[in-house]
Design a protein around this ligand. Structure first.
Ligand code: SAM
Length: 233
């Protein structure tokens, strides 16, 4: 991050072996030309929630090549409280790559990958089965398409237990461009979905950002935005 000179706690908690895994993962993804991971500000938010509140059951919608999966796996292992992550992605190549790194990192006890559509009932059933109930935290970072995001909200939020949380990546105005159909992406999906769902409280960090700015004057230093949804009842 420009203008800083410290190791964020996200990386500071890693053992030497875990550092080596992350370095190896960066090299491997560069070779595979598969850069597209979530970022340090968002993952630091996840770390604060997971490690600060001993969250044990997590679902991720969209793992891509495994950056967030590895980091959440490291958190769960460090906590040692039997926590598990189920991560769902529709891309077989990305899932195979992520599984390779989960195995290499020795995280298979903590992480279960599922190949499927994150808006599909089967994905939710697998997650509930694997976790022994609904997750306390859902991290949504998948298609960024308007209609698919609405389907994800319809599928997952009604099943969330009161007080549990969903983090949605890419909720800013800038990130609406990630919707290849030009339908408004995650932001518009939430704008249309939330009014009919008073059982969900919601805050969108950096919603207003329309030009990408990874540092600048933003307090939450990522221009793609982050949505925080809590199930109220
Ligand atoms: C931005 S990447 C996720 C990055 C990941 N969270 C990380 O930190 O590395 C989005 C992922 O969503 C997946 N995806 C897209 N459409 C999907 C769908 N319908 N169901 C499940 N996953 C989907 C893509 O295959 C891709 O791997």
């Amino acid at each position: 991050m420009p203008g800083t000179d410290y190791v964020p706690p996200l990386y500071g908690v890693l053992s030497d072996d875990e550092w080596a895994i992350v370095e190896g993962w960066y090299d491997d993804t560069e070779r595979a030309d598969s850069i597209g991971e979530i970022n340090v500000p968002a993952m630091s938010f996840v770390q604060g929630l997971v490690m600060g509140s001993a969250i044990r059951t997590i679902v991720q919608l969209g793992h891509y090549y495994g950056y967030s999966t590895l980091l959440v796996g490291f958190m769960l292992r460090a906590m040692g409280n039997g926590g598990r992550l189920v991560s769902i992605d529709i891309d077989p190549k990305a899932t195979e790559f992520t599984q390779k790194w989960v195995d290499r990192a020795g995280l298979s006890e903590y992480v279960h990958l599922y190949l499927g559509d994150s808006a599909d009932q089967r994905s939710l059933d697998v997650a509930v089965d694997e976790l022994g109930g609904m997750a306390q935290l859902i991290i949504l970072d998948s298609s960024h398409q308007y209609a698919h995001t609405v389907r994800e909200l319809d599928l997952w939020v009604p099943r969330m237990e009161p007080s549990t949380l969903m983090l949605l990546h890419d909720t800013s105005t800038f990130a609406t461009a990630f919707d290849t159909g030009g339908a408004g992406g995650v932001q518009k999906a939430l704008d249309d979905w939330l009014p009919g769902h008073p059982e969900a409280a919601f805050l969108s960090l950096n919603r207003q950002v329309s030009q990408f700015d990874s540092a600048g004057d933003l307090a939450y230093k990522y221009g793609c935005g982050l949505g925080i949804l809590q199930r109220l009842r």
